[in-house]
Design a protein around this ligand. Structure first.
Ligand code: NAP
Ligand code: GLV
Length: 310
């Protein structure tokens, strides 16, 4: 039985090499060269793969996302009925996101856009000293990535708050949950960081109303999914000064069209969905482990809950 990989050619080759390094006996097929559809038992796929296509494989027993997010796998028509989906929980993926968060929190906290503008104008001017203890950070999503971001920000001295679906305890973090918790946290978040999964409940969570609840002049970081943000609402909030700056890694659609105003917006810093990129060598062991478990009928790791949507 074979494992089907599906993503861009270079990443597919890297995944193949990483999996074969762990299990040289694996039969690996690179999409679209799937061979006999009846021979495919697992599919390791990224966002470009059409879920309807996976219905061609009658013996498929496992689908794995090549990333932490699974919204691309769950949107209609969704995975073939009865086939479990696992996602990646990976230390290097988490580390990459933590670095992106720290980079952008410190960028805004330390007034880097203002200092770059002063440098460009050859102006020697000191801005008021930033006060770390007074810069309150709110994190939407306290899972693998949000939790790690909180743990990295706390020792720097930032007061950290976090919002999750259910109640949660994270040492040193003031936690909130549910719709009422969001309303309570937003007015205190000087920097808001979105690290939520994209589900029907979280789509559009960053909108005119939620942005208006932030303290005036707050900063926004979104490295979750483009669908969390109503892009026109952010543009309006930047224009009015309600939001002072945004660091955006994810967009809808991707790639962002070349004429979109974010590209040249003076208050927007962009990265092309590169906040944290999966490293196949790091992530491959959990795919091998899930393959072993599915063959033995054992419970899978990092299993996605279809009802929750993440
Ligand atoms: P995770 O471990 O599943 O954590 C998700 C968190 O979001 C949990 O705390 C969960 O609450 C919370 N949540 C979910 N639905 C909610 C709702 N309706 N209201 C309030 N909180 C809600 O996910 P993760 O591994 O941290 O990844 C988060 C997302 O980051 C991924 O889904 C992916 O889209 C994105 N990502 C982006 C990049 C990039 O490069 N840009 C890289 C990796 C991942 P509970 O704790 O109560 O369950
Ligand atoms: C990247 O966006 C991921 O979900 O891992």
């Amino acid at each position: 039985m074979a494992v089907l990989l599906s993503t861009g050619p270079a990443a597919m080759a890297a995944w193949r090499d990483a999996l074969l390094a762990l299990d040289p006996a694996l039969d690996i097929r690179l999409f679209p060269e799937a061979g006999d559809p009846a021979g495919i038992e697992a599919a390791v796929v990224w966002t470009s793969h059409d879920m309807a296509e996976l219905r061609r494989y009658p013996n498929l027993r496992l689908i794995v996302s090549m990333g932490a997010g699974v919204d691309h796998l769950l949107r209609p028509p969704g995975p073939p009925p009865g086939v479990p989906v696992a996602r990646l929980v990976d230390a290097r993926l988490t580390q990459g996101m933590t670095e992106w968060v720290l980079l952008n929190v410190l960028r805004f906290h330390r007034q880097d856009p203002e200092y770059r503008a002063l440098q460009a104008a050859r102006r020697w001017e000191e801005l008021p000293a930033p006060d770390t203890a007074a810069r309150r950070i709110g994190i939407l999503g306290l899972g693998e990535l949000g939790g790690a971001a909180a743990r990295a920000l706390l020792p720097l001295g930032f007061p950290v708050m976090g919002w999750s679906r259910g109640p949660k305890q994270v040492p040193g973090v003031e936690t909130f949950h549910g719709p009422a918790g969001l309303e309570a946290m937003l007015p205190r978040a000087d920097i808001l960081i979105c690290l939520l999964p994209l589900t029907p409940e979280t789509r559009g969570v960053l909108n005119a109303r939620t942005l208006s609840l932030l303290p005036r002049g707050a900063f926004l970081l979104n490295a979750a999914r483009g669908g969390h943000l109503v892009q026109e609402d952010l543009l309006a909030a930047l224009e009015s000064g309600q939001v002072a700056g945004a660091a955006l890694d994810v967009f809808e659609p991707e790639p962002l069209p070349p004429d979109h105003p974010f590209w040249t917006h003076p208050k927007v810093v962009m990265t092309p969905h590169a906040a944290s990129i999966t490293i196949p060598e790091s992530a491959a062991p959990q795919v091998i482990e899930n393959l072993r478990r599915v063959r033995q009928g054992a419970p899978l790791i990092n299993l996605v809950d279809f009802a929750r949507g993440y």
